[in-house]
Design a protein around this ligand. Structure first.
Ligand code: CP3
Length: 366
């Protein structure tokens, strides 16, 4: 296991509202940044390593998952690693027939659509998490000295929120408007609730396994929550996201410091205040909402993460730089701010642009 301390890493300091592990207000040594989907197809070293191995098999090979997690840290000097895995991994660990079709996304052999389908969902054995535990432990050991001046880089664990996970389970594949799960919550609310409870437990235990193995923080991805109206979110989704986070709330990491939790979704501007109440410490903001407006909606005591628009990555660097500086400025009113994109790195992104964005952010005084 790792010996380095991440409790006072710049990223953790911002997630804790600019407070250090003693609870004092403290300036970080630099402005922290990481990118959603920083590991993956934008990196040639990733494409090479993944050759001939399916996406989900690579996630369950601890050596490969660990190496892929470390690649963007070595290349970009980002302030956190995000564990290389996928939101559908708990389904695979439960023995459900699921794969990730290249260029499509998660596809299930049999979608989950009826009360009987939900009752038949298998329980996940504790032992099933062993490859996750091993991959996290290996990764944390390697991250121990990868930061500036040989410091430890924190690992962020994650899971899909119950709505986003259940959306794939009901549709059986990616969809644009998520009609299946949105119909189910009204047409058969009991079946929806049972499915969402199953998903909350699967996601909660997946996150917990990562934190218990040494991750320093965790992020709940509710990528598709933006397809919901406020009332549906509040009644049919929020209680289940709260239950997922309940599995990891207040969990002490290896250093005895509570692991900060981040809650992120896209298109969620109208439900941000509700998302905050699910129990995360930090709210991730997508590219649509100005961070100053996010602070008005959430209150100045809420640390934020985000929200560089991925669409600007291929623009002239001067255009991108101007945008990044505006994001930094807009985030300056929040209790803490970790720079990130407003959604994942597009696969066609030039990785050298990401390295330059990290350098730029680190050059702006915290
Ligand atoms: O670097 C990281 O951010 C860590 C790894 C990570 C992956 N998926 C790897 C991955 C994370 C955090 C996820 C989460 C995830 N998976 C989400 C939530 C975040 C988001 O993007 O909104 C969702 C909705 C999924 C489901 C999923 N998995 C999709 C939609 C896809 C893309 C399908 C495609 O080919 O375009 C995947 C596959 C996937 N997950 C890839 C990676 C690197 C691409 C697989 C490949 O390299 O072939």
């Amino acid at each position: 296991l790792a010996t380095g301390r991440t409790a006072d890493a710049p990223l953790i300091n911002q997630y804790r509202g600019s407070r250090n592990s003693a609870g004092e207000t403290a300036k970080p040594s630099r402005r922290p940044v990481w990118f959603m989907r920083q590991a993956g197809r934008s990196l040639p070293e990733y494409r090479k390593l993944r050759e001939g191995t399916s996406m989900l098999d690579s996630c369950l090979d601890p050596e490969m998952a660990s190496e892929i997690t470390l690649q963007p840290v070595r290349r970009h000097d980002v302030d956190a690693a995000i564990f290389f895995s996928d939101i559908v991994i708990p389904l695979r660990l439960a023995g459900i027939d699921v794969e990730i079709k290249p260029g499509v996304g998660p596809v299930l052999g049999s979608p989950v659509r009826t009360a009987a389908d939900v009752v038949a969902l298998p329980k996940i054995d504790d032992d099933a998490f062993a490859p996750i535990t091993e991959a996290v432990q290996r990764t944390v050991a390697e991250l121990d000295t990868l930061g500036p001046d040989g410091t430890a880089v924190p690992l962020i664990g994650f899971a899909g929120a119950p709505f986003t996970l259940a959306a794939y389970m009901v549709e059986g594949r990616p969809s644009r408007d998520h009609l299946g799960p949105r119909t189910m919550m009204h047409a058969d609310p009991e079946t929806w609730a049972a499915l969402a409870e199953w998903a909350a437990e699967a996601s909660g235990r997946f996150m917990r396994a990562q934190l218990e193995a040494g991750a320093s923080a965790a992020q709940l991805f509710d990528s598709w929550a933006g397809s919901l109206g406020r009332e549906d979110y509040q009644r049919h989704v929020l209680p289940h996201s709260t239950a997922a986070l309940e599995h990891v709330r207040g969990l002490q990491g290896v250093e005895g410091v509570t692991a900060p939790l981040v809650h992120f979704g896209t298109g969620t501007s109208e439900v941000l205040d509700l998302m905050k109440t699910a129990g995360a410490d930090v709210v991730g903001i997508d590219y649509r909402l100005n961070l100053a407006e996010a602070t008005r909606r959430l209150g100045a005591d809420t640390p934020l993460q985000g929200n560089i628009d991925p669409a600007l990555l291929p623009a002239d660097f001067s255009v991108l730089e101007d945008h990044v500086r505006k994001v930094v400025e807009a985030g300056s009113g929040a209790a803490g701010h970790v720079l990130n994109l407003g959604h994942g790195v597009p696969p066609e992104t030039d990785p050298e642009v990401l390295t330059r964005v990290v350098e730029l952010i680190h050059s702006i005084e915290p």
